[in-house]
Design a protein around this ligand. Sequence first.
Ligand SMILES: NC(=O)c1ccc[n+]([C@@H]2O[C@H](COP(=O)([O-])OP(=O)(O)OC[C@H]3O[C@@H](n4cnc5c(N)ncnc54)[C@H](O)[C@@H]3O)[C@@H](O)[C@H]2O)c1
Length: 257
Amino acid sequence: MRKKNALVIGIANKDSISAGIASELYSNGYNIIATCLNEKALPHVTEVTNRLGVQTLFPFQVGNEKQLQDIVFYLREKGLRLDTFVHGIAFASEIKKDLHNVTWESFKESIRISAFSMVEIAAALIKADLMNPGSCIITLSYIGSHLAVEGYNMMGPVKNILESLVRGLASELGGKGIRVNALSPGPVLTRAASGIKGFSGLLETSKTASPLDRTATMEDIGKMAYEVIGNPSINGSVYLVDCGSSVILPVPMDQEP
Ligand SMILES: NC(=O)c1ccc[n+]([C@@H]2O[C@H](COP(=O)([O-])OP(=O)(O)OC[C@H]3O[C@@H](n4cnc5c(N)ncnc54)[C@H](O)[C@@H]3O)[C@@H](O)[C@H]2O)c1
């Protein structure tokens, strides 16, 4: 049987959610094609990718057309067509600022890197006919896309745009047999998350709010990604993977009525 191919963009280190997804895909027989932001990240990325049979790591920064075309060229030359593209990219230079203090420059940059990059990369892959019919693009959102979460600041509206792009792309690409979905995990301590003000409090609150008294692990998220990627009926969806913490409204029980 033909080996399935996954392009995974978003591994920064062993704690990255994309590393969890890539591991799950690899253990289910996928061939992993991965990227690395820059030289500095290389040892942290290879710590993950060496275990996943990745031989070549492609440097990739959003907006670098040459780097994107190098990936396209490689896939074409090797005759590899993708069964999934995992988009695990997010960046917000002013994440620590209150939303009303964020500059347009920073907001615009964050939309490009964290949301629109999914469209740009998908467009390059589709133009080169590198996505197999039945394939699935998957990205990562957060409940802050439609709830105001303290500390999440500018990333809430950016994730809202990302989720809207998921629906728009799903609608457009269905005719080519390509599905587009997002997972919306609860908080996981990663490099990107460590930039969020009060993240440890958010992690603790989510754990306490969860009826299961825990938050989702990288393994949970990886397994969900594998299911969504493999299920031909799932399209244009945003799936919570948060142990139920976002469906509970915490109410203090020790107060008199
Ligand atoms: N950690 C959480 O609690 C959590 C919860 C829900 C959703 N998410 C989302 O999961 C995704 C992955 O984040 P993570 O938490 O694994 O953190 P992470 O820091 O491990 O991953 C973020 C990735 O974005 C990449 N990136 C940043 N700027 C880039 C650029 N200009 N060009 C190319 N790549 C760039 C980084 O290299 C890194 O690999 C993000 O979309 C994040 O918003 C995270």
